[in-house]
Design a protein around this ligand. Structure first.
Ligand code: NG1
Length: 511
């Protein structure tokens, strides 16, 4: 009876608004004003998820996360949708039915870890999650403000002590130590200096908290630290889509700059070349990382089976460079990091990045065993092997992490003695254009082959093919967004003019 009254109290405090919610890419993506009842129910569902894994904590931020710090399993996404959309009177019965279907023992202890960002909506949403946990008798630990990847780290570290100390300080200590061990081998003048646009998000205070641990080795000047609205005219997405600098940031010459996005899971770099803005996106980061980790593996005499996973948005210049020049295998996955993450585990070392800067590098169990058991013939091979081990520590293996990815890029550039200019010269990007098209019902568009081919509506793919054929080095595709009510159009071609022309012509076919 006690738990029933707690549930009823929770439902009274977080009543249904009678709306229908859809699960987008890794979460319910809608206005915070209408998320209160959803977060209450997700609190209860996360407790069940935790119980399903024998008391391993699950966690919630808007993207829901599994106990090993990875994205929520698809079957549980369906449970989340069912629970978010049932009537208040059905919440308890729905939870019970999900528990039965998943074989969850409701008497098991449960723990849910929750984190939030700097938006004003956060405290109320966190309270709703806590009440949801309380309603089903689960313990909820509130970590306060965190970047999304930090919360993934904490969940993983909590469940796997070999991963790191399960505290925010543990996150900083682990990454700073690995970075400094790597930098000890670099022959560059220190400290390394960088300008970082923090998108007015939670990345600003969190990155600032790491910097003292890197004193003397690395310094960053932070911009857009929260003085304006989240992601407004700044942040990784703005910079990538506009192909221009964020506001409130000035830089000169070849000064190296980076942008996080609002929750610090995406990272892009940029600088100026002869007064021209020059973007180094997720494809560049993947190419840099794949090339260097392959060099280290060769120096260590190890065969680690490294490959890159990209999406249809990867610039054709990068795919061509990786496959034909760097001789790295490239696999394609659907948009959304959980698809890339999954595919990356097929490789020993799976480098996955979306062009927008969201990604990481995964070392699968086989590669980790190879590293662990390696016997080295020479000191330099042993050193290369140890450095690979330091990269395993430096890179957040749970999910794309702007802070950890930034340290990886800086370490590689320093170790290679490579300038920003040289990094940009690895290959040339094909000019490209992304457009959003509003349509009455975006679900009429369905795709196949990692979203590169349209299946429906009939005739659309033929129309795209025809336009592409008329365009030198043309490539274009359309797909419904998983996070916004729009259809996205992508086009690339030999010149900016042709890329724009192709994108607008394809967009016209979508209407
Ligand atoms: P949608 O809205 O499905 O295109 C966007 C990004 C994804 C991914 C998700 C989640 C593009 C073209 N799409 O998805 O790559 O990052 O948001 O953040 O950048």
């Amino acid at each position: 009876a006690g738990s029933i009254s707690k549930m009823q109290a929770g439902l009274n405090a977080h009543p249904s608004l009678g709306l229908t919610y859809t699960y987008g890419t890794a979460g319910f993506r809608t206005s915070a004003d209408i998320l209160d009842p959803v977060m209450f129910r997700l609190g209860a569902l996360a407790a069940l998820r935790s119980r399903a894994q024998e008391s391993l904590p699950a966690h919630i931020s808007t993207p829901q996360v599994d106990p090993m710090g990875e994205m929520l399993q698809a079957s549980w996404e369906a449970h989340a949708v069912e629970l978010a959309n049932c009537a208040d009177e059905q919440v308890e019965a729905t939870l019970k039915s999900i528990a039965e279907r998943e074989g969850v023992d409701m008497t098991q202890q449960a723990k849910v870890m929750v984190g939030s960002d700097t938006r004003k909506s956060s405290p109320a949403l966190v309270q709703a999650v806590k009440d949801g946990c309380l309603a089903v008798g689960a313990h909820c630990e509130d970590f306060g403000n965190l970047t999304t990847p930090q919360l993934h780290y904490l969940v993983r570290a909590h469940n796997d002590s070999s991963f790191g100390e399960p505290t925010e300080a543990g996150y900083y200590a682990k990454h700073a130590a690995a970075f400094k061990r790597l930098l000890a081998h670099a022959n560059v003048s220190l400290p390394i200096k960088l300008k970082v646009d923090c998108a007015n998000g939670v990345g600003a205070p969190k990155f600032a908290a790491l910097l003292p641990l890197l004193a003397g080795v690395f310094e960053a000047e932070l911009c857009n630290q929260g003085e304006g609205p989240l992601n407004e005219k700044c942040g990784a997405d703005y910079v990538k889509v506009q192909q221009g600098a964020p506001s409130n940031m000035t830089f000169e010459g070849d000064e190296r700059c980076a942008s996080f996005d609002g929750d610090a899971d995406r990272l892009v770099y940029y600088f100026q070349r002869a007064g021209q803005f020059c973007l180094l996106d997720g494809d560049r980061i993947a190419s840099l990382a794949a090339g260097y980790l392959n060099e280290l593996a060769a120096a260590a005499g190890l065969s680690l089976d490294l490959g890159v996973v990209q999406t249809a948005y990867a610039n054709g210049g990068s795919s061509n460079f990786l496959q034909n020049e760097a001789k790295v295998p490239v696999a394609f996955a659907k948009t959304g990091v959980k698809h890339l993450h999954h595919k990356a585990l097929d490789f020993g070392v799976g480098v996955y990045f979306e062009a927008n800067g969201h990604g990481t590098v995964l070392f699968n169990d086989k590669a980790l065993k190879t590293l662990e058991k390696a016997e080295y013939a020479t000191d330099s091979a042993r050193q290369a092997g140890a450095m690979l081990g330091d990269f395993v520590q430096l890179i957040n293996q749970t999910v794309g992490d702007a802070i950890s990815d930034l340290l990886m890029v800086e370490a590689i550039l320093a170790l290679k003695g490579m300038s920003t200019e040289q990094w940009a010269a690895m290959y040339n990007d094909l000019p490209n254009r992304q457009l959003k098209v509003k349509v009455a019902d975006r679900t009429v568009i369905t795709t196949t082959d990692a979203e590169r081919i349209c299946v429906t509506p009939a005739g659309l793919q033929d129309a795209i093919n025809e336009l592409v054929e008329q365009t030198p080095q043309g490539r274009s595709f359309v797909r419904p967004s998983g996070t916004e009510d729009v259809v996205r159009v992508y086009a690339e071609a030999d010149t900016r003019e042709n890329a724009d022309k192709l994108a607008y012509a394809v967009a016209n076919k979508v209407f």
